[in-house]
Design a protein. Structure first.
Length: 250
């Protein structure tokens, strides 16, 4: 019985020691040593341990000049694990807690990227797309090396939103509610008339006009599309088909 009690006590002591070992190690490390340890964990891609230790570092050294960098890397670790919601929270802390840091534009851009990677097909909910545009727009207003990429992302997001409107308009077109389809298109073109999605909307607008017997408006819009540099092969083919229908009527 005594041996059993002794064994249990031994296991308890060892377990307690192991549970405290990380904390004891932290207490013994200075700031520079701690930073070296964090860098090693990150480079080894031991992201979960890195994040745990990084939070301890920010607690133990709240005034560290490396604080913004460490907080930013916490977000990066989440992003590498594709845990985008957690990454967004971590990057947002850089913005909120270190608004004067050199990582501010990085944080805005990476939040935009996290939302961008959650962007869905045009037929689906587009809240992540809208949020991505907001953060990328912030980056374009900064002196940042991410500016050009942010503009490209915004253009792609806007095109997705334009196609969302296209599918809404097409829904009404298929229901033969051509005037409602036109109303959706006309409103969407105010926002997205300058991009590829805008030309998809115009293509559907031509079809609405034709169904309503407004051939002059349809032909005028078709002539406009012929002057555009249409890179989308599917759209170019559909415009060609529309042109053939005009020729057949003549």
């Amino acid at each position: 019985m005594k041996k059993l009690i002794l064994a249990v006590l031994t296991i308890f002591i060892i377990t307690s020691y192991m549970g405290c070992s990380k904390k004891n190690t932290r207490v013994l490390l200075g700031e520079e040593e701690y930073l070296l340890r964090l860098n090693q964990l990150y480079e080894k891609k031991d992201f979960s341990d890195f994040q745990e230790e990084a939070r301890y570092f920010l607690s133990d050294f709240p005034g560290s000049r490396k604080g913004p960098w460490i907080q930013y890397l916490i977000g990066e670790a989440y992003a590498k694990k594709k845990q985008y919601e957690e990454a967004i929270v971590a990057y947002q802390r850089v913005i909120d807690k270190y608004p004067e840091s050199e990582y501010l534009d990085d944080a805005f851009f990476k939040i935009g990227e996290a939302y961008y990677k959650q962007k869905r097909k045009p037929q689906r909910d587009q809240e992540p797309t809208q949020r991505a545009i907001y953060y990328f727009q912030k980056v374009t207003e900064m002196d940042s090396p991410y500016q050009e990429t942010a503009r490209e992302r915004i253009a792609d997001c806007r095109n997705t939103l334009a196609m969302k409107e296209y599918y809404i308009a097409r829904f009404y077109f298929k229901r033969e509610e051509y005037k409602i389809s036109l109303a959706v298109i006309e409103n969407a073109l105010k926002e997205y008339g300058d991009i590829t999605g805008g030309n998809w909307l115009r293509y559907l607008q031509i079809r609405d006009y034709l169904e309503l017997g407004e051939k002059d408006k349809a032909f005028s819009l078709y002539s406009f599309l012929l002057q555009q540099d249409i890179q989308d092969k599917d759209l170019a083919e559909k415009i060609k088909d529309i042109g053939e229908s005009f020729q057949a009527d003549q």
